[in-house]
Ligand binder design. Structure first.
Ligand SMILES: [Zn+2]
Length: 254
């Protein structure tokens, strides 16, 4: 098997590795999420320069022997540098939260063209637009679908009771949708406004271009986050690290 690989990827995590090296987690177009080592990348005059910095989209030349877990980065070139994300604390925090989703819930070695597109579009929007909260909410809703979940909205997923007229809804990650009061007893649910679920359905169907035309209340952002977080953590049995920071950024931004 050819040990040389060429693809493009976005750096989602950077750690020190030995004295001079960087250990990278990268979401790539061709191989999905991978681990790679950039030798000497911590040195001042490293040939990798800013291509191995967080959130950079980089053209990668990789070497990996069959059955090895780790790729070796041999060469790299900048594809996209998000200059506002790297300068602006708020943008950086949102980008970090997006990376946290990619880091936590995306399995290694599974490529997905549509997930790559969602990721890169989200970073572009965060870099260039003012309303980071709207971009992030749309990302979360679309991410949930990308990893296989679509929340059933109108009727109880357990007994089928019609819930269209309810103002408040109980969402059950276990059942994959809303549940009525009877079916909600004794199981873990998230309580949100019905309008939040309608908004999620809207965001799921629309593109990022729509965001400039709509207003989303802070309350709805927080409810969307609560539903998505609960759904993913329940189904993957893994925890996100970044959302506590998001809370403080939101209240600071008010
Ligand atoms: Zn029910």
């Amino acid at each position: 098997m050819n040990p040389y690989h060429k693809t493009t990827g976005i750096i989602i995590k950077v750690r020190s590795y030995g004295e001079a090296n960087k250990h990278l987690t990268i979401y790539t177009k061709a191989y999905g999420k991978i681990h790679a080592v950039a030798k000497g990348a911590k040195k001042m005059k490293s040939r990798f320069g800013s291509t191995v910095e967080l959130f950079t989209e980089t053209k990668l030349f990789l070497y990996k022997q069959a059955y090895a877990d780790l790729y070796l980065l041999t060469q790299s070139q900048i594809s996209t540098h998000f200059k506002n994300i790297s300068k602006d604390v708020k943008k950086y925090t949102y980008a970090s939260a997006v990376s946290d989703f990619m880091n936590t819930f995306v399995p290694f070695g599974e490529k997905s063209h549509s997930l790559y597109e969602l990721f890169i579009h989200t970073l572009h929007r965060l870099d260039t637009q003012k309303h980071e909260d709207k971009v992030f909410s749309m990302f979360m809703v679309k991410f949930l679908t990308q990893v296989g979940f679509r929340i059933a909205l109108d009727s109880c997923t357990s007994c089928g009771a019609d819930l269209k007229q309810n103002k408040r809804m109980s969402v059950s990650p276990k059942h994959g949708g809303v549940v009525c009061e009877t079916c909600a007893s004794g199981i873990s649910t998230v309580e949100v406004y019905n309008n939040t679920l309608k908004l999620m359905d809207f965001l799921h169907r629309k593109t990022f271009d729509t965001l400039s035309k709509i207003t989303i209340e802070n309350q709805s952002h927080m409810e969307i986050e609560k539903v998505v977080e609960h759904f993913l953590e329940y189904n993957f049995e893994l925890k996100l690290k970044s959302l506590k920071v998001m809370e403080s950024i939101r209240s600071y931004g008010e």
